[in-house]
Structures are given as C-alpha cells and as structure tokens.
Design a protein around this ligand. Structure first.
Ligand SMILES: Cc1cc2nc3c(=O)[nH]c(=O)nc-3n(C[C@H](O)[C@H](O)[C@H](O)COP(=O)(O)O)c2cc1C
Length: 355
C-alpha cells in the first residue's frame, strides 16, 4: 500500500518536510484510543524470541524509532501503535530554536538515502516536559535525546544538557546524549574526552540523587576514527554510561551514485556498512556495553546484521521513510525467522555472534 502512495507523496510534495508533517498528523490520529488498539492487532509481533532486558528496561522487540523523527513527542501514541519496541523522542535542547531555514531535508531516492540539516528545530525542554506530563498509558519505553542549544557556547554545553535532563528526568525511561549531529556548529567537538566527561559527570551527579537511576546513553558520529571512539568508550567506562548509540548521520558522501551538493548529515543505505563496522569495533573493545545500532536498516536482514555485529537494540529513521509504517512489523517478523533459522532462542544470544 505504502509503495503505491509513496511515489505520489514524493512527487506532489517536493519538500520532504511537508510529507513529514503529514505523517505526524496521520500518526497523531492513529494514536487515538480506538484506532491505536485496532492498529496494534496488525502491527505487533508478540514473540518471546524478541523480548529482552537491556540496561534494566524491558523491550518487547529490538526495533526502535531513531531520534529526530518525533522531536517534540507529538505522535508517540500513534508511533507506539506501529509496533516499535521503543521510541526515542527529541533531540530537544534547553531553549526553543527554529533550526536551519527550509528546505533542510533532501531525498536521494536512487541511493535510498536522505541528507538533512534540520539543526535541532524544537520548542525547548520546558515545553516538552509540559507535553510529556500529560502523556498517559504509554506501554513502550521512551528515550529522550538531549542536544545543545545553538546559541550556547561549547564551554557552557554541560549546563545546557543538565538543564534539559533535570526538566525531563521524570518522563524518560532513558536519555541519549546527542553530541554527534553535524548540523549544530561545534557540537561534534563535544565527543572530545574533556567535554564529554564534563557533560556526563553533570548528569550522573544529578542522577545519583534521584530515587530511580535512569540509563544514560551517548550517541556517536560515524565519522570518528577508531582511536577517537576508543576515547569515548573510555569515558563511558569511567563514568558508568549505560549504552552507546551508533551511529548518527555522516558528513561523508561515500557510496552515493551521484555527487550530492547539499550540506548536512547523510543517512540510509550509504551509511549501513560504516555504522555496522563501528558497532563491531565497539563490541570488540567494550563487550559489556549495550549498543543501539542505527544506520541504513531497511529490512530484517539489515537488522540481523547489526545484531550479529553487536547491537542489542536497533533504530530506524530513513528506512521508515522509504519502506513505510509496516517496516517495523516486517523487520520484527523477519528477525524471528532469521533467529530461529540460526538456532537462537532469543535475540540476546545472537548479539555479537559474528564478532
Ligand atoms: C531528517 C532527520 C533528522 C534527524 N534528527 C536527529 C535528531 O534530532 N537527533 C538524533 O539523535 N538523530 C537525528 N537523526 C539521525 C537518526 O536518528 C539516525 O541516527 C540516522 O539517520 C541513521 O539512521 P538511518 O540510516 O536509519 O536514518 C536524524 C536523521 C534524519 C534523516
């Protein structure tokens, strides 16, 4: 069905952001009580093989929504109805900001890729806290991605992250520290050891005073060298970071069939093998650290490849745009088959099995 609608949507709405807004309206509607329960009958794959506990949270399946799709938690109930094992909202910043001028998302259909330079457009941590305070009966783990406001100097980044963390602490099941978007000037410098320690230490100190200890994850760029990744892993170990998300979009243009002139982060198929290599590296260096794998997942086979490389959980963004809402079901269904084919009783047994 989506394969029929998609060319029409892509043809009539030249700016992918318009289609994105339409999708969010549709998902908001799908999230209404009657609709979501009907949708879940078709989308949910309830299979013991897919269930896992990772960083202390229960996941009914490993397929999550990647950060950036629903930055302001506008349609979480509808997204839950599509069968995702968990949702990551944000990236949210301390202050509200408009992001970069439109157009700022570009389709590279021939390469099943996107380039985006959104620039963390969002209404700020206070407004998100307000919205989440009204959200009821979400049965899917909710991650909240935190970023730095553009106007905040890098030296004050730690305070910026801490502000959003404290405001949103009650509402998230885990928190992702996004230091890897290519679209906020200087942000990726926060992957340096000194900056990262300052940010994580601030969050960890606040968390230590809470009754419930919620997982803190770090999201990295695929453009880091293995040496730079090892430094991030050292910080993760030193400060008991609960997991790592690999990866964000890339500034590289490798793997495209034609040169792309737009500036921004590249996602989708051309990122697939790079992010898998990074997952393998992290798994080898830090076998105990849970990894969320993202980058070019379109099918169950892609998902399985990332799991065998070392990812316990997965996230999809570009594949969701190209394959449509049923990609979650198809990926989970296919994963069950692949796991059973290879004799795994549970997805956790397959994690890192190829490393
Ligand atoms: C339009 C767009 C916006 C994004 N915004 C964010 C964001 O706000 N925060 C974030 O952590 N990642 C963001 N990402 C990156 C994705 O979460 C994901 O890490 C990346 O796209 C690789 O996965 P994919 O190949 O499945 O898209 C964005 C990606 C796209 C395409």
């Amino acid at each position: 069905m989506y394969k029929i609608i998609r060319p029409i949507l892509f043809k009539f709405f030249k700016d992918p952001e318009t289609v994105h807004h339409l999708a969010l309206y549709f998902l908001k509607f799908l999230g209404l009580p009657g609709f979501s329960s009907v949708a879940q009958i078709f989308t949910n794959i309830n299979d013991e093989t897919l269930k896992q506990k990772v960083f202390g949270l229960d996941f009914k399946n490993p397929v999550g929504l990647a950060g950036g799709f629903d930055k302001e938690a506008y349609a979480v109930k509808g997204l839950e109805a599509l069968g995702f094992g968990y949702l990551e909202i944000g990236t949210i910043t301390r202050y509200s900001q408009p992001g970069n001028p439109r157009p700022r998302i570009f389709r590279l259909a021939a390469d099943e890729a996107l380039i985006n330079r959104m620039g963390f457009n969002n209404f700020g941590a206070d407004a998100l806290a307000q919205r989440l305070s009204k959200l009821k009966n979400l049965n899917t783990p909710l991650g909240i991605s935190l970023g730095k406001t553009k106007i905040t100097p890098l030296e004050e980044a730690a305070e910026d992250y801490l502000y959003s963390f404290t405001k949103l602490y009650d509402y998230g099941d885990y928190f992702a520290v996004n230091i890897s978007s290519p679209n906020t000037p200087g942000l990726r410098d926060l992957q340096d050891k000194e900056h990262l320690i300052e940010i994580i230490q601030g969050l960890a100190n606040y968390r230590a005073k809470q009754t419930k200890l919620k997982p803190i994850l770090v999201k990295i760029a695929p453009d880091l060298t293995f040496e730079a990744i090892d430094e991030v892993l050292e910080v993760c170990k030193q400060l008991n970071v609960d997991g790592i998300i690999a990866t964000n979009t890339t500034i590289s243009r490798e793997g495209l069939s034609a040169p792309a002139k737009e500036i921004g982060g590249l996602s989708g198929m051309p990122l697939k093998s790079k992010s898998t290599q990074i997952i393998k590296h992290i798994r080898r260096q830090s076998p105990g650290l849970p990894i969320i794998g993202a980058g070019g997942i379109f099918t169950a086979e892609d998902a399985y490849e990332k799991i065998r490389a070392g990812a316990s959980l997965l996230q999809i963004y570009t594949g969701f745009i190209y394959e449509g809402p049923l990609v979650v079901r198809a990926t989970n269904q296919g994963l069950v088959k692949l796991l059973k084919r290879d004799g795994f009783k549970n997805v956790s047994e397959a994690v890192g099995s190829e490393n």
